[in-house]
Write a protein that binds this ligand. Structure first.
Ligand SMILES: *Cc1c(COP(=O)(O)O)cnc(C)c1O
Length: 444
């Protein structure tokens, strides 16, 4: 495996209270200037970030187990990404691809067409956010099929725009008071092995029966699903669930959309999470990890679907911005060179035993995940009652000790680990050990 070199010392080093005085100052300015609707998982402000560390404005160095929500897989300042951004920005920052094109957009589309599952003819279009990619995948599916209904699942998260709020399962905070939502979205039971105990086949059968009785296959344009559900709790469906759904879609002329905005780009130990199941989606949506931190999103799918759209039907002023495309090409090269999929599997091998060893605390309902997309579901001892308060306390105490961890889950009771894939083994081990200590300390 290629050695990774770092610009910043890969060390946890807490030199002030957290948050420190400069972060406190910025928080006050934020309150006066920034909408209260924009949340904050931690109270600190960033000065620098590299590899597995975030250095705040007070000089504290924290271990990053969140990657800015699965974005900085190659690190937040990978040298090749930084160089590609600088080089492209010095030539032109924007033309709008729909006005005068540029090679980076075309080259990145070629790369995604080759990298994504399936060797069929594919096309790609670029957007600015995961939500926008999902919106456009639905547009393509509806146009290509001439049908309206879209099937989404329990625990799904697809974004914060109107269509994607409708597709998202969890009301608070994503949907509360923001309706009315886009129509023709139908929610079906997902596969949640820890809570439903069903095999993949049985869970798929239940969902398909419900689709057929409540919507009718002939009305369904698309089935959209996250191959590993993200915000909903890092839920890995039982083996066979995705394949059964995908087969049903193929048999019924329904577009199968894999939303890999969070799970894509080596995060789960393969280029894409569907690769673990041998599933080939009709359309795949990507974003987060794609461009080393630059905002970029894509839909990649069957040429006949994406080329069914009339010219001008897809696009956007900034979609596939040249700087973001240059960053993505550099980030994807880095993922391949550093074998970050292999790194993700190594992270799983290092972290899972440490997390499983916490069973004795009684609060670990489930330990699950794939690659560097790992989670611990926190429950009240003796059953499976979610303990959101303890989960929140664990994340807060880990932060106080200098480790950034995020929570998620429909019931708010999941600690999720999304370290940068370039984090060193030492730093990752230290971060997980601290998290484990916190869980022990808060439950003893
Ligand atoms: C984050 C996420 C989105 C939304 O992406 P944004 O860039 O925040 O709009 C969509 N789908 C999944 C699976 C995500 O994790």
């Amino acid at each position: 495996m290629t050695d990774i070199s770092y610009r910043l010392a890969q060390k946890r080093n807490i030199i002030t209270e957290l948050p420190g005085p400069r972060s406190v100052e910025l928080a006050a300015r934020r309150r006066a200037a920034v909408s209260a609707g924009v949340g904050a998982s931690t109270p600190i402000y960033t000065a620098d970030a590299d590899g597995g560390v975030i250095v705040d404005v007070d000089g504290n160095s924290l271990i990053d187990l969140g990657s800015g929500i699965a974005v900085t897989s190659v690190g937040a300042s990978h040298p090749a990404v930084v160089a590609a951004v600088a080089e492209q920005a010095a030539r032109f920052t924007h033309t709008c691809f729909m006005v005068t094109g540029y090679e980076g957009y075309v080259e990145l589309a070629e790369r995604l067409n080759a990298l994504t599952p399936g060797d069929h003819e594919k096309r790609t279009a670029f957007f600015n956010s995961g939500s926008e990619a999902v919106e456009n995948a639905v547009k393509v599916a509806r146009l290509a099929t001439g049908r309206n209904a879209v099937v989404a699942f329990d625990h799904a998260y697809h974004g914060r725009t109107n269509m994607t709020m409708a597709l998202t399962a969890k009301a608070a905070p994503y949907k509360t008071a923001f309706g009315p939502f886009a129509p023709e979205v139908y929610r079906m039971p997902a596969s949640y092995p820890y809570r439903d105990g069903l095999s993949g086949e049985a869970a798929a059968k239940a969902a398909i029966r419900k689709i057929e009785t409540q919507i009718g296959a002939a009305s369904v344009a698309a089935v959209i699903i996250e191959p590993v559900q993200g915000e909903g709790g890092f839920i890995v469906p039982a083996p066979g669930f995705l394949a059964a759904l995908s087969d049903w879609c193929t048999a019924n002329g329904v577009v199968f959309i894999a939303d890999e905005v969070q799970s894509g780009f080596a995060r789960t130990g393969a280029w894409f999470a569907v690769d673990h199941e041998g599933v080939v989606p009709d359309i795949i949506t990507t974003a987060k990890g794609i461009a080393g931190g630059m905002p970029l999103a894509a839909i990649t799918g069957r040429a006949d679907l994406l080329d069914a759209v009339h010219p001008g039907g897809l696009g956007g002023t900034y979609g596939g911005n040249p700087v973001a495309c240059a960053a993505a090409l550099a980030a994807i090269d880095a993922m391949a060179e550093l074998d970050l999929a292999g790194r993700a599997r190594a992270i799983e091998a290092l972290a899972l035993p440490k997390l499983r060893a916490l069973a004795g605390t009684g609060v670990i309902g489930d330990v699950r995940g794939r690659g560097a997309m790992l989670a611990v579901e926190i429950v009240v001892p003796g059953g499976d009652e979610p303990d959101a308060a303890l989960t929140k306390a664990i994340a807060a105490e880990a932060f106080a000790r200098g480790v950034v961890v995020l929570t998620c889950g429909s019931y708010g009771n999941v600690i999720r680990l999304l370290p940068p894939l370039v984090i060193s083994d030492d730093l990752l081990g230290e971060g997980i050990d601290i998290l484990a200590d916190v869980i022990c300390d808060l439950t003893s």
